[in-house]
Every structure is written in structure tokens, then in C-alpha cells.
Design a protein around this ligand. Sequence first.
Ligand SMILES: O=C(O)[C@H](O)[C@@H](O)[C@H](O)[C@H](O)COP(=O)(O)O
Length: 260
Amino acid sequence: MAEITTATTAGKKKAVEVFDSEEALAVSLAKYTADLSEKFCKERGCFTVVLSGGSLIESLRKLLEPPYIESIEWSKWHILWVDERVVPKDHVDSNYKLAYDGFLAQVPILPGNVYAINDALSAEGAAEDYETCLKHLVNMKVIEASSVSGFPKFDLMLLGMGPDGHVASLFPGHQLCNENEKWVTCIKDSPKPPPERITFTFPVINSSAYVALVICGAAEAVAVQRALGKDQNSDVLPVQMVSPEGELKWFLDKDAASKL
Ligand SMILES: O=C(O)[C@H](O)[C@@H](O)[C@H](O)[C@H](O)COP(=O)(O)O
């Protein structure tokens, strides 16, 4: 049985759900994603989904099975990445390759609706190019624009978190955590290899309609405790800066929640 707590702080909804196993988490994450797909496909005629790298992709596997594989309107999905490593698309470190091999190749999402970074460019060039791509999609109304912030408002952002509390490629103590103008930026000294990446900035992450933070494993337990427990540490972790305009839901397995 999953344990659920919900809270509304400053008009913002936050839910935390703890699952007995990663398997149970994956079942719930599939239903959550499928329900949002139905809602947004009905309301907007499309569904913008932002992926991370890491273990998240594996946790999406239940979407590849019945009933979702048949019921989801895959042709209305648009896939983007919250962060990407500046490597060729067929490189073992590529988040595109990870998502393609583990998920995208098995669903009928239109190839033209999958927005990978341009891997022929430098980190700066790729970040600028991806921001231009987002601007085009906002103009086409594929991505909504937030009436509150003016930043792009994605329907669903699926985030992982590293043991140090990083999300996307926004690492603890890094100046990029404070970027508040750019939509997409680059990092050349990522503490997690590979060093060169592009990443969405916090204003974009926090303009989202729905954000799921998907976290499994004991290695993440301390950062989860810092973010959700009674920790008084004054250094704010990147994961604590996730505070979307819409709803935030934490999906934790019991190992990740073991210090709560
Ligand atoms: O490209 C990346 O490195 C990711 O997008 C990153 O933000 C990831 O989501 C976390 O590091 C969690 O990774 P794990 O789920 O593998 O712990």
C-alpha cells in the first residue's frame, strides 16, 4: 500500500507518495501519466512531456503494456528533454538514446514530435538552438506559455534526482540554479559526467502544469530527507527549488523515503 500525503502551501499543491517497491511506483506512474495524457489531449489536442535521463526511463515501462499501449493517443504526444548531455545521439551517455532505446522506439509517437538536441553544435550552440526550438513550439501553440511567468508551460515534466539533490543539470551551489532569464542554458563543468550538458532553467521547470519527481533507491534518501524532512540546513538543494505553478507530485520508493 502506498502512503500519500498532500499539502497546499502558498496556493501550490504538493503530494508525496511512498511505494513499497519500484514496481508499484512504476504502475502508479503509468496511470498518472496516462490520466494526464487523456486530460491534455482532450483539452489542448496535444500533450507535452518532458523527460530526464537516469533511471526515470526504466520507471516508465508500464506505459509500454496494456491497457496504456493501446489507450494512449500517442500521436498527440510531444517529447522534449529537461536536460541532455552534449554527445552524439548514438553515444552511450545520450539521454535521447536512453529514452529512444527504452521507451520511444516502442510507442507510435510521431518522429517529428520528438525534439532531440542538435548534436552537431557546441554546448552554447545547442542550448541556444533548443531555446529557439521551444520558442517555435510556443508560437505554434504546441507548448503553452505561462500567463504568470511568460515562460513555456509544459503539461508534464518527469524529473529524476541525483544523490546530491540535483535535478535536470542544475547542481547544488552552481550559479546556473539562479539563471532567471534564459529558457535553456549550458553547463561545461557538470560534477556528474559527462561535463558538458544543456539544461532547462528553474523558471521553465517551475512554470509547468504538472511535475513528477521520481526517486528510487537508498542513495537518494539523505537528499529526500533534506527536502521533505525536518532538516534545518540553510543550503537549499536544487530539488528544493522545484515549485511549479501547477501541481508537484513526489513518487518515492521505500528506500528513497527511508529517512523520512
Ligand atoms: O542527464 C541526467 O543526468 C539526468 O537528467 C539527471 O538529472 C537525472 O535525472 C538524475 O541524475 C537522476 O538520475 P538517476 O535516476 O539515475 O539517479
